[in-house]
Design a protein around this ligand. Structure first.
Ligand code: SF4
Ligand code: SF4
Ligand code: SF4
Length: 320
């Protein structure tokens, strides 16, 4: 029996039947808070540790119907009626809302008042016990080699929670993946390593200046931790997001492949992740500006050539 504590944590989602977060069918726990700020981030709600106010206009019934519930609930006067739009059922016009994000303090009183969850809070506080009990309901799906993936945000930013969750799951014989940016103290990786079966490890750019421009952080600790894990026998699945014009220069791709190859047999797989636009609508929901509106996904030929370059260095690579 391992020694663990029922540590508190903050998460923003738990998704069952996940097939892109490691081998087999998995349940993924998404922690809230990330030290990086990648320009292409597909889960902006994961970035800040604070709760986020989300708004899904498609769910809003209209302020006439709910009698201005959210407008009345807001102590800052940050919500007002939007201009009238036709109701989806053709019954006339309805007025949805607009939020003045500059005035919003994040008290979430409007989300509590909204009867149809058009306004919602992204994130909730939990504990290791609570998450353990939830994910263990999915255990029958893991027979084919699946398990639990602890993801984020950056799960290592809530180290006590992540370490103790991993310990508890390990105690139950569950296969555990940790999806990480690598941006955390090396000592933390050393401590958690015995409980992690596979690290899903992101490499975003090899050049430190470009890395900082694209993600807001230096890559030194990230590359150092990847080397540390490889030298200490951890299993790594490297994930390389390919973002046109930002990190798809031949020099960077070659250096990334060389770096992965230099990590030796620890690297079980390299996944090349072509940029996609799926996360854009989440920015609208949070009232954030999405800065890559002009970036399009890389074409198939380019991805195929990139794949061949990685494979040519003896790496087990795939386009994901
Ligand atoms: S590391 Fe992941 S969660 Fe953090 S900002 Fe980058 S893409 Fe978003
Ligand atoms: S979360 Fe923001 S918009 Fe909602 S009630 Fe509080 S201050 Fe108003
Ligand atoms: S967001 Fe909710 S509370 Fe606000 S007007 Fe729409 S339905 Fe009413």
């Amino acid at each position: 029996m391992l020694d663990y504590i029922n540590a508190p944590g903050r998460i923003y989602d738990i998704q069952g039947y996940a097939v892109h977060d490691g081998p087999g069918i998995r349940t993924t726990v998404y922690t809230k808070g990330c030290p990086l700020r990648c320009l292409w981030c597909h889960s902006p709600e994961s970035q800040r540790r604070d709760f986020e106010l989300g708004y899904l206009p498609v769910k809003c019934l209209g302020a006439d119907i709910c009698e201005d519930d959210c407008i009345k609930a807001c102590p800052e006067g940050a919500i007002s009626r939007d201009k009238p739009v036709p109701a989806p059922d053709g019954s006339g016009d309805i007025q949805k809302i607009i939020i003045d994000r500059a005035k919003c303090t994040g008290c979430m009183k409007c989300a509590e008042a909204c009867i149809c969850e058009a306004l919602y809070t992204a994130g909730w506080d939990t504990t290791v016990d609570e998450v353990y009990n939830r994910v263990m309901k999915d255990v029958s799906f893991f027979a084919d080699g699946g398990g639990i993936t602890i993801s984020g945000g950056e799960a290592m930013a809530q180290f006590d929670f992540t370490l103790n969750l991993a310990k508890r799951l390990k105690d139950s014989g569950i296969h555990i993946c940790l999806d990480t940016t690598g941006f955390a103290p090396t000592a933390h990786f050393e401590e958690i390593m015995p409980y992690i079966d596979l690290f899903l490890y992101d490499i975003k750019h090899m050049d430190p200046i470009m890395h900082k421009k694209l993600t807001g952080t230096d890559n030194e600790i990230i590359l150092k931790n990847a080397r540390f894990l490889a030298e200490h026998g951890a299993a790594l699945q490297i994930r390389f997001p390919i973002i046109p014009r930002l990190n798809d220069q031949e020099t960077n791709i070659r250096k990334t492949a060389e770096f992965c190859a230099s990590l030796g047999e620890s690297v079980k797989l390299v996944q090349l992740l072509p940029y996609h636009k799926a996360g854009r609508s989440k920015y609208d929901r949070l009232g954030w500006h999405y800065r890559l509106r002009r970036v399009e996904p890389p074409d198939e030929d380019f991805m195929q050539k990139t794949l061949e370059l990685f494979q040519g260095m003896g790496l087990n690579a795939q386009i994901h």
